[in-house]
Ligand binder design. Structure first.
Ligand SMILES: NC(=O)c1ccc[n+]([C@@H]2O[C@H](COP(=O)([O-])OP(=O)(O)OC[C@H]3O[C@@H](n4cnc5c(N)ncnc54)[C@H](O)[C@@H]3O)[C@@H](O)[C@H]2O)c1
Length: 267
């Protein structure tokens, strides 16, 4: 993407304190957007915003728990008040709790559904209300939900997580349909990242070893790379560039899709 493809846009990135979200926030800022990082983690979130400012971008931080409706109201309000509008939402905050189906626990499943599904849907709700004509921002925009390759393939020990990401995938389509039909001027898409060695990604690799599925983390990573036609793990920048594209005018006629960014793992 060109360095100014998002010039003048105002973006809220949830889970932007670290990992994929921090990289997406940096890439959006590099493309010209002003960015609000929303996360539970205050110190890391403020640091992530500071990294963007040090590189010449515009970034702020708001503490938020995506499962809490009041936090969405204040995060959207802060984005509009501090950045001057709200054009882009990246629904990236998510958690993964690994378990074989024989070992799943109701509390872990409920927690994953709360963050990954309820959090994403509340985000779409408040973004659409703010971005649609007559809303507090009112200029239309783009929403990108971060699903997972886990919504497209069967990978062992993540049945609950995969179910949440499949739900995000379906909810994306419905939101895109409503936003289009009701003339909100908002495109809604999702991406399916492959495995990226963030904190979450590396914990999953260790967990599948502990579950007895692979002899070592190296073997688990090699197995995933072996299932990936492009022959490597994903990188944060791979995901961030795809998100910038979906937010940009280059994707102006794209809504309701799930874009695999997985080196072909899910084909
Ligand atoms: N890393 C991967 O391999 C991978 C692959 C596919 C999809 N994903 C998805 O990408 C997204 C980011 O993953 P990551 O690897 O960067 O994870 P990560 O664990 O490194 O970072 C997640 C961030 O979300 C924040 N967060 C968690 N719960 C929150 C809540 N309730 N409210 C606000 N913030 C919250 C955390 O504080 C953290 O900063 C997730 O939705 C994840 O499911 C990751």
């Amino acid at each position: 993407m060109t360095h100014d493809s998002l010039q003048g846009r105002r973006a809220l990135v949830t889970g932007g304190a670290q990992g994929l979200g921090a990289g997406m926030a940096q890439a959006l800022a590099k493309a010209g957007a002003a960015v609000m990082i929303g996360d539970l983690q205050e110190a890391a979130g403020r640091d992530a915003a500071g990294v963007i400012r040090a590189a010449g971008g515009t970034a702020r931080f708001v503490r938020m728990d995506v499962t809490q409706e009041a936090d969405w109201e204040s995060a959207v309000g802060a984005t509009i008040a501090e950045l001057g509008g709200f054009d882009i939402l990246i629904n990236n905050a998510g958690i993964e709790i690994t378990a074989l189906v024989t070992e799943v626990e109701a509390e872990s499943l409920r927690r994953m559904f709360d963050v990954n599904v309820v959090g994403t849907l509340l985000g779409m709700k408040h973004a659409l209300r703010a971005m649609r004509p007559g809303g507090a921002a009112g200029q239309g925009g783009a929403i990108v939900n971060i699903a997972s390759v886990a919504a497209t393939i069967a990978f062992p020990a993540i049945a609950g997580y995969s179910a949440t990401k499949s739900a995000v995938d379906r909810a994306t389509r419905v939101a895109a349909m409503e936003a289009g039909k009701l003339g909100y001027g908002v495109r809604v898409n999702c991406v399916y990242p492959g495995l990226v060695p963030t904190e979450m990604g590396m914990r999953l690799a260790a967990d599948v070893v502990a579950a007895g599925l692979f002899p070592s983390v190296e073997a688990a990573v090699a197995g995933i790379v072996g299932d990936t036609p492009l022959g490597r793990l994903g990188e944060v920048a791979d995901m961030a560039d795809a998100v910038v594209f979906l937010c940009s005018d280059a994707a102006r006629f794209i809504t309701g899709i799930g874009l695999p960014v997985d080196g072909g793992m899910g084909m």
